[in-house]
Design a protein around this ligand. Sequence first.
Ligand code: GLC
Length: 746
Amino acid sequence: MIRLYSILLLGLMSCATVTSQNKTVDDKVDDLLAKMTLEEKIGQMNQYSSFFDVTGPAPKEGSAKERYEHIRSGRVGSVLNVRGVKEVRKMQELAVEESRLGIPLIFGYDVIHGYSTQAPIPLAESASWDLEAIQNSARLAAKEAAATGLNWTFAPMVDISRDARWGRVMEGAGEDPYLGSRIAEARVIGFQGDDLSSPETIAATAKHFAAYGFAESGKDYNTADVGLSTLYNVILPPFKAAVDAGVRTFMNSFNELNGVPATGDVFLQRELLKGEWGFNGFIVSDWGSIIEMVDHGYAADAKHASELAANAGSDMDMESNAYVNHLAALVAEGKVDETKINDAARRILKVKFELGLFDDPYKYCDEARESSTLGNTEQKEGALDMAKKSMVLLKNQDNLLPLPKSGKKIAIIGQLANDKNSPLGNWRMGASDNTAVSVVEGFAQYSGNKVVYEQGVKLFDGQEIFAMHIDVNEDDNSGIEEAVKVAQESDVVVLVVGEHGYMSGEGRSRANIGLPGLQQEMLEAIMEVNNNVVLVLMNGRPLAINWADQHVPAILEAWQPGTMSGDAIAQVVFGDYNPSGKLPMTFPKDVAQVPIYYNHKNTGRPGPKDVVFWSHYSDMTNEPLYPFGYGLSYSSFEYSDLSTATVDGKVKVSVTVKNTSSVDGEEVVQLYIRDKVASVTRPVKELKGFEKVSIKAGESQQVSFTLTDKELGFYNNKGVYIVEPGEFDIMVGGSSAAGLTDTITL
Ligand code: GLC
């Protein structure tokens, strides 16, 4: 009997607990909304960028004064670009202590691949195909950002792109929707963790919704005009994956999609994202994208733009000053229904409650945690691990790599080899200047060799942070002579070439994707006097390095590896880490081939190739320089025994992978399908599974996959997901261009 009572007592207590806390987040939001004026609800929809040093005196004039007053009067819901606990606390005090309802601000920032400690750029991280490492990298970034008072990052960017000219390919996961979806999930979970109210997690943002990566001719912000099949099967899946992973915010995009600016697109934001997908977080505009609808020729003026954006489901206005100035009048005029304001404010307040900001608006403002977290060992070790895993070995003729750790005279050449900024990449806003370990510094830890450094030909002059234009040296080749001399006197040359950190990123599209400046001239001059050249690439996009591929024995794609750049490169070059990366984006032979990607359609004219009447150029091959999924290792791997079995509509696939070398290594085993006949044409190849496996020297491992409807289907032009019976090719290998093939019938 006692047991029964105790159970009953426990039950009553838990009810009592529920009673005292029976208010769900939604209840609390509704209660708060009911107290808010229209102006205050619109205030939640208004986001400003930090515009004054809050730890200083209140601004006395201009927009800063007005904005200061707006925060105090509850007409601001969020601020971005506030740096540091002290600044965040002061601004939060303005909102919480001085406004009528004390609603806390949410603080956003572009924590794209780290805050103070930079991980490799996202395209580099994607080259690791290591979802656990990518998730951990986001977790560390969140921890560091949250320690500075931030609770929201404008990441992950999940825009698929097939155009290496576009500057923002550095920010994404490359050309493939399957890889992009898995990485979107990993990053969202890494940033948000399993408890958004923890002071070590932050809300994530899936951006830029949508089709930003399909800007015509690779020019940033340019028009995107895409077919429904590409929209549904290539562009949207990573966004849907982010929703399914629980992402709490979205950011729309600057571009128009098929004639409608994304910020004003009712289909994208209301019908699809909030409707069909059931997304219950909020959408923030991209910097000024609301007011930019005037330039698009879609809105007559700021007020009209506000009307269009609010009705289309853009919940928060970043830096257009549009909502705060026009929404109240639009509601009064009946052009925007107040229910839409309520919905937007509700969504924003919900995320703030989930972050715990109402429980304690200063929970992210702990100066002790800030100083103990920024740049600590955990951060640096995580960045180093991620950087090593991101590197892709593109060529290694006669196993020139890894280099011996002693007994050699090594020349390190190239301005980028001594550059402590460019390795931080474009989105390094949270990092201090010159905080990357350079290649020269990284190599210095391998003291067994005699190492000399020579800048060689200059790539760029100076570099202020967030540079708007990089002054690339196109005419002064004076540095080449000295570089050749040093090369001539050395056993091996490690030549570090590529792009300045601000030659990719937002607003940094390039029409040419070769080595900028006079680097190619220097490379050829060095090769004249010394064949033992290891080319290390530091770049934010695929580069058309044909000559190098034909002449240089070893090529390592290092991307922009972040804070621990030099250490990571040195550990790979000297063999303390066996490179395992695979390309997340095709490398063209020439920019004229762009857009070029592996998952292309067959067309009606794939051949025969002995006549002119097939889909090709008369003066350029269709083949890329390096295909999607390609990457070498110091090990070598052999695939055998591919087997497939169809059971209850699922396809079981297995393959044996043998490490035929004497070096333990990792291989990314990739599974592709081809749906050979379908009611909407399907690509010649689609990635539908991958597994990164470690295999000891000489050993074999069986790797298995199961293909289900989720992998075997596609979206038709009505956006309906379907799986059709018929023949499928199943391909498994170490890149999109190699492997074993079997055919199954569904
Ligand atoms: C920028 C970018 C966006 C970023 C935002 C805030 O223009 O397009 O990705 O998150 O503004 O900095």
